[in-house]
Structure formats: structure tokens, C-alpha cells
Write a new protein. Structure first.
Length: 105
């Protein structure tokens, strides 16, 4: 299944805009459009989450361990792990959730 650009669903989570792309039975692709100064405070969910930074920089804290994510870096957040974001500059990241997040559909 192909989800064309015009067909992506616009969503918002903790003030951060993103687009939902292809969604299957076991995974979901999102395009996160972070803006400098945004924050997503600590939260967790039962979905494993992995991401790839296309551009920009942001701080990602997982289980109280912080790292700066830069272009071409990838990351994984285990299911149930508390995590948060601090956006250091406008950024674009592709994130995959498994299983798909029902609250993002």
C-alpha cells in the first residue's frame, strides 16, 4: 500500500505536529515536524518506537539518559520506556511505531 503525500493524516501530540503515513497491522510510519523550542514532556506508551533524524537537532531522553540526535542518527525507544524530547532547532524525523499507535490513527 502506498500513502501519497496528499493522503497523509495530520495529527498533533503534546503540541508537536506530525503526519501519519503508511500503517500496517504491526507498524506505523510517521513524519515528525519539530519546531525549535518545542518540548514533549516525559511520557510512555506500549509501542516500540524507532526513528531517523533527517534534519535538525533535538535532545532525546530515554529512561533518564539524554542524547543529542543529529542528521543521519537513528534511535530506538523500548516499549514502555519513559522518554521526552527537547527540540534544539527545526527538525524532521521519520518515526516508526510497532504496533501502530491507536491514538494516532
Amino acid at each position: 500500500m502506498i500513502v501519497r503525500s496528499a493522503e497523509r493524516k495530520k495529527r498533533k501530540f503534546k503540541g508537536i505536529d506530525f503526519l501519519v503515513g503508511a500503517t500496517g497491522e504491526r507498524m506505523m510510519v510517521t513524519l515528525m515536524t519539530f519546531k525549535k523550542g518545542q518540548e514533549a514532556d516525559t511520557h510512555s506508551h506500549p509501542n516500540e518506537q524507532s526513528g531517523y533524524c533527517v534534519r535538525g537537532r533535538f535532545a532525546l531522553t530515554v529512561d533518564n539518559e539524554s542524547s543529542i540526535v543529529e542528521p543521519d542518527d537513528s534511535y530506538v525507544i523500548p516499549a514502555g520506556a519513559p522518554h521526552s524530547y527537547q527540540i534544539l532547532e527545526d527538525s524532521l524525523a521519520v518515526e516508526v511505531f510497532s504496533p501502530p499507535r491507536e491514538d494516532y490513527r
